[in-house]
Design a protein around this ligand. Sequence first.
Ligand code: IMP
Ligand code: MG
Length: 422
Amino acid sequence: MPSTVVVGAQWGDEGKGKIVDLLAQESDVVCRYQGGPNAGHTIVADGETWKLRQMPSGVVSGTTSVIGAGCVVDPEVFLAEVDLLVERGVDTSIVVLSGNAHLIMPWHVTIDQASERRLGKLQIGTTRRGIGPAYADKASRIGIRVQDVLDAKILRQKIEVALAEKNVWLERVYEVEGFELEEVWARYAAYAERLAPFVGDTSLLVDEALRAGKRVLFEGAQATMLDLDHGTYPFVTSSNPIASGAATGVGVGPTRIDRVLGVSKAYVTRVGEGPFPSEIAGPQQAQLRELGGEFGTVTGRERRCGWLDLVALRYAVRVNGITSLALTKLDVLSAFAELPVCVRYRQRDGSETPHFPAHQSDFHHAAPVWEVLPGWREPLDDASSVSDLPAPARAYVEFIAHELDVPIELVGVGAARDRVLA
Ligand code: IMP
Ligand code: MG
């Protein structure tokens, strides 16, 4: 596997971090290609739990870790994770940050919060980390980039120019307090000094690695359904988590990607607002949330829980070009006697479709058509390969592979690194 993209096939929190951590053991370089500290990856390795937001998950295993041009970086979060790595004895010279990535500035966080408040009932339910406003400034070509930290004069000037406008917005539009130039400058001058050694030409680094036949892993943050262009807009993030985003976000051609591993839970969760056809209606939703520990890594929010949605997953296979799947948290389903799976959507006119609706209002009105599979009602702790699984659990996995026409390569049955079955 010279180069692999690992992508979330649902609404995020599929357990990508754990899969990346596992594959990172056999990789030479791991790259984040989009997103920022809105991501939350929990990794359990050698008895230690890591909660990462900004760094590639591969960093835990000491693999060269790239933060690509398509990312947004909050220096405070980044440097706190650097400190955590140092504390745990990881050599931080393995982390390389693209100079083209954009910086999340304090006003981005304030605007994210203020704009969600203002939207009230129409809010997106963002992580309030400044992600959307940072990407908006990037697209408006007024963003501040990582490479700006290399020149104090330029950095100060850019902060000054940005603040002149942002403070007017903050005070007059959002009616919150603006920022003091000297205060922001003092903080960012200190960050700049610490960030500078991490800045490098990441596109070249990855290209050279690929040319040398090294194994490169591209790690998506968030997920397919949160993709700005192909997700459930406007309830999406402001970047492109889908597999092709790896090429744009790191700066390599799409022909350099050999395979795409989609990661899906054996059920579905979603944080934030927006339609969710397979959301569980009764008390089983809370039961699943407790069993699966479905609370946000970054925000601590309760995740909404649903049964597996094969219509959405079929769509993820399409837009990512998924070549194989990792199915995570199968063990969480052990508690249930029956497992409904959404195989089609019933549309407003009563017809049924296996395809994800192209238009938002059709998705809003989509109702799940269930096929109910038998549960296994026993723990999966003893299984050391897929063939050891109880017959109904195996049948559940095979049903998904058959419906999607994609091989399932890995099955997650517990939190630890070794609880992934091949
Ligand atoms: P933002 O990325 O903070 O702008 O949030 C936009 C949407 O993406 C919201 O619905 C968030 O809940 C969702 N989101 C962002 N990051 C993650 C993640 O890592 N896991 C799950 N949902 C996420
Ligand atoms: Mg997460």
